[in-house]
Structure formats: structure tokens, C-alpha cells
Design a protein around this ligand. Structure first.
Ligand code: FES
Ligand code: FES
Length: 144
């Protein structure tokens, strides 16, 4: 299917040319998380100011899906409020469960290229790794 091929290209592009890959020197909220199924890891750093995500960067080891998802996630949450980032995470979670997801509230950008992952249960953990890190970091931030 052509759509599948296009999606695969988008995923490979994020894997080979990750957006927002790297580390933030200091003052960032840092979350590390691993995928227990394979041991792959991601570190996500965010600068949150006045309820808004000003910066997001990640580093990690993992498969193409996990790293592409991290790249897309950082791209889409940058500049968003904490609330909106969490809403996006809920939308992505619906997508990963193969449910109808809201594609109108936000511009999902390249994220829709990952919708096919819902058909491969073993890979859902790969795709959601960086998102879980984001949720964990933001929930800690909100408790402060
Ligand atoms: Fe990611 Fe199996 S744990 S593909
Ligand atoms: Fe490890 Fe995908 S196989 S994150």
C-alpha cells in the first residue's frame, strides 16, 4: 500500500535525522525510562516555564520506532502548554490502541505515520516509551 510506504519513509526520516536529539546543559527536567521488553532506553529533558514546554530534547538507544516516536513527540510538544502536551499524549494513546483518535484539536504533524503500530502489539511499547517519559516528567512537575 502506498500510504504504508509513505508512513515508513516518515518514520525512517525521523530515525535517521532525529529532531531535538541531544542534551540540555542545566536546569532541565530530566526523565529516564526503559522499555522492559528489550532494555532500550530513552532520556527526555524538558524546560518548563509558566506551564509551557519551552524546550524538549532526547537521547536514547532503541529501535527505529522508539526513536522516531521520541523525535516526533519532542517536535509536537515544544511550545505547548503542559495541559496540551498531556492531551496529545492521550490522543497518541488512543492511536496506539487502534481507537478513533482526535485529529482536529492539534496538528499532529508526522505522528500519524505511527498509526499502523497499533496493529503490532509488541511494538506499542516502543512507540510509547518517550511519551511515558514525558507524562512522568510533567506529572512530577505539576506536583511541585
Ligand atoms: Fe520493541 Fe519488541 S520490544 S520490537
Ligand atoms: Fe527496544 Fe523498540 S525494540 S524500544
Amino acid at each position: 500500500v502506498q500510504l504504508d510506504q509513505l508512513y515508513r519513509q516518515v518514520i525512517m526520516d525521523h530515525y535517521k535525522n532525529p529532531r531535538n536529539r541531544g542534551e540540555i546543559a542545566d536546569g532541565a527536567l530530566t526523565v529516564r525510562m526503559n522499555n522492559p521488553t528489550c532494555g532500550d532506553r530513552v532520556q527526555l529533558q524538558m524546560i518548563v516555564k509558566d506551564g509551557k514546554i519551552e524546550e524538549a530534547k532526547f537521547v536514547g538507544e532503541g529501535c527505529s520506532i522508539s526513536l522516531a516516536s521520541a523525535s516526533m513527540m519532542t517536535e509536537v510538544i515544544k511550545g505547548k502548554t503542559v495541559d496540551d502536551a498531556l492531551k496529545l499524549s492521550a490522543i497518541f494513546s488512543d492511536m496506539m490502541q487502534g481507537k478513533d483518535y482526535d485529529d482536529e484539536t492539534f496538528d499532529l504533524g508526522d505522528l500519524e505515520a505511527l498509526q499502523g503500530v497499533s496493529k503490532f502489539p509488541a511494538r506499542i511499547k516502543c512507540a510509547t516509551l518517550a511519551w511515558k517519559a514525558m507524562e512522568k516528567g510533567l506529572s512530577e512537575e505539576q506536583e511541585e
